[in-house]
Design a protein around this ligand. Structure first.
Ligand SMILES: Cc1cc2nc3c(=O)[nH]c(=O)nc-3n(C[C@H](O)[C@H](O)[C@H](O)COP(=O)(O)OP(=O)(O)OC[C@H]3O[C@@H](n4cnc5c(N)ncnc54)[C@H](O)[C@@H]3O)c2cc1C
Length: 373
């Protein structure tokens, strides 16, 4: 099958790109959007599932509901990518395209961390969050560890949020004084580009008696204990792990990656292959792995593709800006606005937690739901 634009992956990046191309070009967009999943789930919804605030069913946004001029969604598993020929093989056939966009996100490699098991003791997949919801509900005494296996990982504030939400849950259950919470992070501070955000989180940890272990990786997990990368051990009865991230195997097998991810030109998201772009977590852009950044990158690619399809030429300009909401517990949400590409090093500004930002986060989700589906 031949498409004008072939988008691999219907996550934050793929959905945003398909939506803009449809809005701008209508039937002329000629987009084929492929994903193997049946539904999209916002990353942060996994925290809601893990803490029993919602059910796994209610956070699923089925792709079958996508109905946009010029966009054809196909539920297929991509098994091979030939970036030179812009030819993609799936379990259902072969696709060729004038423009190819790889937006397949980041997957997880648990083999490097013995004892961390997908769908069991990590909260970065929906099955894992669901499984941990049951473990958390049954946890009323002992040592809890939120442990990150490696960097980079998606949504840098997410494990800090997990610590604060776990604290809230244990307080509500009346067992906080019988439990410890420890947070193991490979980074020097919770949100390195924004010292003010890190400071607010460290203050929140201190107020809640959450122990922070910076600059260390979770190396393995065993019965009643975990080991860190310096060989030290911590007692652990409940582990909420963030697995090591890696580009999907099909992208690595295509020879498109360097140091685990697809290198791109940061402002245009162009790869080294003609008319092939990489967008979001699968790429090395110089920004964090987060939905807002995947979305911004998709907007830049959309500008390029619309200009190229209309006028034969043109380039978007990705600004590397993004705002992330941070759950502080008790229904309060803070926000960090980060700028990754305009200066010599990333900078970020912090807005203190409030009800207004909690409402803004709600609006963030519902506006995307309305636009993409
Ligand atoms: C707990 C948690 C909290 C988060 N909170 C936030 C937040 O508050 N704000 C924020 O901006 N980001 C947040 N994120 C991060 C955000 O979810 C990701 O960064 C974002 O989804 C990346 O978008 P993407 O388009 O690059 O990839 P994804 O959204 O991961 O999409 C990739 C798609 O590719 C598909 N795919 C992969 N391999 C194949 C294949 N072989 N064949 C077919 N399809 C395939 C997948 O099914 C998937 O749908 C959070 C993540 C987690 C885990």
């Amino acid at each position: 099958m031949h498409s004008r634009v072939l988008i691999l992956g219907a996550g934050f990046g793929g959905l945003e790109l398909a939506t803009i191309l449809s809005d701008e070009l209508g039937e002329d967009a000629g987009v084929t959007l492929i994903d193997e999943a049946e539904a999209f789930v916002f990353g942060y919804a996994k925290l809601d599932v893990m803490f029993g605030r919602t059910s796994p069913e209610s956070v699923r946004l089925p792709y079958a509901e996508i109905d946009k001029p010029g966009v054809s969604f196909r539920r297929e598993t991509i098994t091979a990518i030939d970036p030179e020929q812009r030819r993609v093989t799936t379990n259902a056939g072969v696709h060729e395209a004038e423009h190819l966009v790889v937006a397949l996100g980041a997957g997880y490699d648990v083999d490097v961390t013995p004892g961390v098991i997908l769908g069991e003791n990590e909260f970065y997949s929906v099955p894992g969050a669901e499984k941990l919801a049951a473990a958390i509900a049954g946890f009323d005494e002992g040592n809890a560890v939120i442990g990150v296996c490696d960097a980079p990982f998606k949504c840098p504030p997410a494990p800090s949020e997990a610590c604060l939400l776990l604290h809230d849950h244990l307080v509500r259950s009346g067992c906080r004084d019988r439990c410890t919470i420890t947070f193991v992070l490979p980074l020097p501070s919770p949100v390195p580009p924004s010292p003010a955000t890190s400071e607010a989180l460290l203050e929140a940890f201190a107020e809640r008696d959450i122990r922070f272990v910076p600059g260390r990786r979770l190396a393995s997990a065993g019965e009643g204990a975990i080991a860190l990368d310096d060989g030290s051990e911590l007692p652990c009865d409940l582990l909420l792990a963030v697995p090591r991230h890696v580009a999907p195997e099909v992208v690595r097998a295509a020879g498109m990656t360097e140091d685990g991810y697809v290198p791109v030109e940061s402002r245009t998201l162009r790869t080294g292959y003609e008319n092939v772009y990489a967008c979001g977590d699968v790429a090395t852009v110089g920004v964090p792995k987060a939905g807002v950044f995947a979305e911004g990158a998709a907007r830049s690619i959309a500008t390029t593709l619309v200009a190229t399809i209309r006028d034969g030429d043109g380039d978007g300009f990705y600004d590397g800006l993004g705002s992330c909401y941070i759950e502080f517990g008790a229904g309060q949400v803070g926000r960090v606005d980060v700028d990754f590409l305009s200066g010599p090093k990333p900078t970020g500004t912090f807005q203190a937690p409030s009800d207004a930002l909690a409402a803004e986060k709600e609006e963030f989700g519902s506006s995307r739901r309305a636009r993409w589906f």
